[in-house]
Design a protein around this ligand. Structure first.
Ligand SMILES: *Cc1c(COP(=O)(O)O)cnc(C)c1O
Length: 417
């Protein structure tokens, strides 16, 4: 067969690249009557489509020399400037210069480029367990060694990180590249790093001279409680900002279809990421960058979001109330109570395998993402699952949780408990 010839030539990286379970699952979303807690996407009704349409028309007709042309790899200067303003206003991050930012095609490209720029096959990096799938796939293809830090209610277990670093030889410490964390309303757990742990992370970063990659797509999606400063901001106050890279994106606050992400940090590293990006895609779409920039000039996404946040918070309440009613009697079941973002994380009794449970759930027209999808080796969190409350209506959430409880009942009956 001719196909075998070309396939046999694929790289090691290609061989490590595998389909992701979320992609596969999202295919099931076309079953009529299905209630999906699976998708990690914002509600399309929140997209400001009239405003974007008006600006799009205008910038195609009037700014075509920029918007329909190649752009610089670093990104549209106007967008960078708008983004710096946005960081000042919403994150209290000041003092950045233009060469400390690069615009990327979503945060996903930033994660991929960070993987390429930092990780070799003998590298070591620390991630949280469960981990954001997009980061896991971007890092995993580089085949580093992972130190998994179990997630706790206030953020990753840092004792394990410290113990590992303490035991490392000078050579291993050199090969240790970074700690990757999602600081707010984590994907998949919905949990937020406490202020104490943010400082603790910086203590460790300072002591062992290790970089921190802070991924913060959900920080502005807070429903309640006090905002906690980003690790980057805290690092600035402690003079450690050169050790932190902050990843941000407009996917969750404006629209993921814009594919608008950015990295800020040390200018030499930003420069390297720019060079990597040049090889990857030359530039992020100038049309979409300018669209985002002009939108930010005229509107404050946070103000626009206020309404959606109320809707998300109400849906979260309905979901947690439904858990109280229908899941509580499965002994040992726990769930997180997120103060923002899109997800809650449910752990069922240990003997339940949520990959198998998903088959029972699909028969009852409800889906979720099994917990094992969020570990680098696919092995941990087998009894857990991620549920998103943002897309289904309140009535669908109630009905979906009833169906889920029914699926668990059926699973237990057939598999014995
Ligand atoms: C959604 C998400 C992103 C954003 O990815 P984009 O490529 O910007 O759409 C990044 N990190 C985490 C943890 C996410 O959940």
């Amino acid at each position: 067969m001719n196909g075998d010839v070309i396939e046999s030539k694929l790289s090691k990286i290609a061989k490590r690249t595998t389909a992701n379970i979320i992609r596969e699952l999202l295919k099931a979303t076309s079953i009529p009557g299905l209630i999906s807690f699976g998708g990690g996407v914002p509600d399309p009704e929140t997209f400001p489509r009239a405003e974007l349409a008006e600006i799009a028309r205008e910038i195609v007709l009037e700014e075509y020399q920029i918007t329909l042309q190649y752009g610089t790899t670093e990104g549209d200067p106007l967008l960078k400037q708008q983004y710096l303003e946005y960081l000042k206003r919403h994150e209290n991050i000041h003092g950045l210069s233009d060469d400390q930012i690069v615009i990327t095609s979503g945060s996903q490209q930033a994660l991929d480029l960070i993987g390429r720029m930092f990780l070799d096959e003998d590298s070591i990096c620390a991630i949280v367990d469960p981990v954001y799938l997009g980061a896991a796939s971007a890092f995993r293809i580089r085949a580093p060694k992972f130190i998994n830090l179990p997630m706790e209610p206030d953020g990753p277990n840092l004792q394990i990180l410290e113990n590992s670093l303490e035991k490392m030889s000078a050579d291993e410490l050199e090969r240790f590249k970074f700690l990757y964390v999602v600081s707010n309303f984590d994907n998949p757990t919905g949990l937020t790093l406490s202020l104490e742990k943010r400082h603790h992370i910086l203590d460790i970063a300072e002591k062992y001279k290790i970089p921190v990659i802070e991924d913060d797509p959900y920080g502005l999606l807070r429903f309640e409680g006090e905002k906690i400063p980003t690790i980057y901001h805290l690092a600035q106050q402690r003079g450690l900002q050169e050790q932190v890279l902050l990843l941000n994106t407009f996917s969750k606050v404006l629209s993921p279809g814009l594919r608008m992400g950015m990295v800020i940090g040390n200018r030499h590293v930003v420069r390297k990421i720019v060079m990597g990006k040049q090889a990857a895609d030359l530039c992020t779409s100038p049309l979409l960058q300018r669209l985002t920039a002009r939108y930010l000039e005229r509107h404050d996404p946070l103000k626009v979001l206020q309404n959606s946040l109320k809707v998300y918070a109400a849906k979260r309440d309905v979901m947690l109330e439904s858990f109280e009613k229908h899941l509580i009697h499965f002994e040992g079941t726990t769930w997180t109570n997120p103060c923002g973002g899109l997800f809650t994380w449910v752990c069922l009794p240990k003997h339940i395998d949520t990959v198998e449970l998903l088959e029972y759930a699909k028969e009852r027209k409800v889906i979720f993402i099994p917990g094992s999808a969020f570990s680098v080796d696919g092995k941990s969190n087998g009894n857990c699952m991620r549920l998103s409350f943002c897309l289904p209506s309140e009535a669908e959430i109630q009905e979906g949780v009833v169906r889920l409880a029914d699926a668990i009942d059926a699973y237990q009956k057939e598999n014995g408990d």
